[in-house]
Design a protein around this ligand. Structure first.
Ligand SMILES: [Mg+2]
Length: 400
C-alpha cells in the first residue's frame, strides 16, 4: 500500500478522537504506544529535612514511567515521568487507561492530545498523578516531534543559549556529614559543575548554619551556593534564618516554607535580599499561576514531569517570563536542560546523577555549564540497565 493510501486508511479509521477533530492538515498517525515501570536504585539511603523531621522515609529508589511512541511514518519518541517513594505502579496502571487514547492520533497535535488525555482524566483532576502520567506521553510526543525535525528539543522550542549554568544537589544531602559534603562539593566543581546546593531544614537550625558556614569556608566566597529547607521551617524560623545567612551571598533559599504557603513565600521574598526559590512540589499550571501572581518566587522551580509535561511547563514559563521571574527547574536535568535553554533569562539546571544509568548518553558539563546535546529530540536512548530495572510493561497498537 502506498504511503498516501495508508494515511487515508488511518484517517478513515479514526477521523474523530477527542471531541476535537484532527483536521485535514494531519500528516502522521501514532501506531504503537509502550509504557513501562522502571525502578532505579540509588545505591544508598538519601535523607533531606523531611526525613529528619519524621515526615518521610529515606529515599532509596526512583520510579519512572517510561513511554515510547511510534508513528506510521517511522518516527519514535521517548518520554518519562517519575515519582519518589510511592505511586510508581499506580502511574503505570493509569498509563494503561490513557495509552489507547493516543493510538490512531496525529502525534504532531501535542496540545490537542494533552487536552484529550486531560479530559479523559477529568474525574481525577488536573494535578497530581493524573497529569504526572500524562507528562510521560507529552514528553514522548515532543521528543518525537523534535526528532522528526532533526533538531535537539531546545532548538525546536527556540533556544536562547546552547548551554545552561548547572549546580549539584545530590552531594549536599543531610545523609552526608560535613567532611563528605565538602569532598562531594569539591568533586562536583572539579567535574565542571558551577554551583553547590546544600540541604537544611533540620530540627535544629544551628546545625544547618554550621554546615553552611563550613561549606562556604571550604568553597570560598565566589562559588555559587544555594540552600534548600524542603518546606520544614515555619514563617518565623525562615525569616530569622534568612536574615542570619544574608551575608553569605547565597544564590537562593529554596522551599523555606510549606510549598502551598504562597503568601508566606511572598513575604520572605519581599523581606530578604536573598532570592526565594520554590515550586517543585506544585503539580499543575494553576498552582504555579497562583504562586507567581502572589510574588512567592524569585526563582520558579517548575518540574515538567510533575506539572504534566513540556506542554504545561511552557505555559508556566510564559507567565514566569512576563512576571520577570527567573527559572531553576527541579531535578530531571535530562529534560530540563532543553527547556531551560529556551527560557528568556539565564536559568540554572539541577545536576543529579541519579537517572544517568537509565540512558546510554551522558550530558556534557564544562566551565560551570551543562551543554545542550546536538542529538535530535531529547537525545536519549534507554540503556541495558533500564531494561534490567523494568518491573512491568504494557503496549497498545501494532508494534512497528
Ligand atoms: Mg528542592
Amino acid at each position: 500500500m502506498s504511503a498516501d493510501a495508508q494515511k487515508k486508511r488511518l484517517i478513515a479509521a479514526n477521523p474523530k478522537a477527542a471531541g476535537l477533530e484532527a483536521g485535514i492538515a494531519s500528516q502522521d498517525r501514532i501506531v504503537w504506544v509502550g509504557a513501562s515501570l522502571v525502578v532505579v536504585p540509588l545505591g544508598r539511603e538519601i535523607n533531606d529535612a523531611k526525613v529528619l523531621t519524621g515526615r518521610q522515609r529515606p529515599l532509596t529508589e526512583v520510579a519512572l514511567l517510561v513511554v515510547e511512541i511510534a508513528s506510521a511514518e517511522g518516527y519514535r519518541g521517548l518520554g518519562f515521568s517519575y515519582t519518589l517513594r510511592v505511586g510508581g505502579p499506580a502511574m503505570l496502571a493509569y498509563a494503561r487507561d490513557l495509552a489507547e487514547g493516543l493510538v490512531g492520533e496525529d502525534p504532531n497535535d501535542i496540545a490537542r492530545l494533552w487536552d484529550k488525555l486531560a479530559w479523559w482524566s477529568a474525574s481525577l483532576g488536573r494535578a497530581g498523578l493524573a497529569v504526572q502520567t500524562i507528562a510521560a506521553f507529552d514528553t514522548a510526543l515532543w521528543d518525537l516531534k523534535a526528532r522528526r525535525a532533526g533538531l535537539p528539543l531546545a532548538k525546536l522550542l527556540g533556544a536562547q543559549r546552547d548551554s545552561v549554568r548547572c549546580y549539584n544537589s545530590s552531594g549536599g544531602y543531610l545523609s552526608s556529614d560535613i567532611a563528605e559534603m565538602k569532598e562531594r562539593a569539591s568533586a562536583s566543581l572539579e567535574r565542571g559543575i558551577g554551583g553547590i546546593k546544600l540541604k537544611v531544614g533540620q530540627p535544629d537550625p544551628m546545625i544547618d548554619l554550621q554546615r553552611i558556614e563550613a561549606l562556604r569556608d571550604h568553597l570560598g566566597a565566589d562559588v555559587p551556593m544555594m540552600i534548600d529547607a524542603n518546606q520544614q521551617w515555619d514563617r518565623t524560623t525562615a525569616l530569622r534564618f534568612g536574615r542570619i545567612v544574608e551575608p553569605l551571598n547565597l544564590v537562593w533559599i529554596e522551599e523555606p516554607l510549606d510549598a502551598h504557603d504562597f503568601e508566606g513565600h511572598a513575604a520572605l521574598a519581599a523581606e530578604l535580599a536573598t532570592p526565594i526559590a520554590t515550586g517543585e512540589m506544585l503539580s499543575s499550571v494553576d498552582e504555579h499561576v497562583k504562586l507567581i501572581q502572589a510574588g512567592g518566587a524569585d526563582f520558579i522551580q517548575a518540574d515538567a514531569p510533575r506539572v504534566g509535561g513540556i506542554t504545561p511547563f511552557l505555559k508556566i514559563c510564559t507567565l514566569a517570563e512576563l512576571s520577570r521571574v527567573d527559572l531553576a527547574p527541579h531535578m530531571v536535568m535530562e529534560i530540563h536542560l532543553h527547556l531551560a535553554a529556551a527560557y528568556a533569562s539565564e536559568p540554572w539546571v539541577e545536576h543529579f546523577e541519579w537517572l544517568e544509568p537509565v540512558f546510554n548518553e551522558r550530558l556534557e558539563i564544562r566551565g560551570g555549564r551543562m551543554i545542550v546535546p546536538d542529538r535530535p529530540g531529547l537525545g536519549l536512548t534507554l540503556s541495558e540497565a533500564a531494561a534490567s530495572w523494568t518491573r512491568e510493561t504494557a503496549e497498545f497498537g501494532r508494534r512497528p
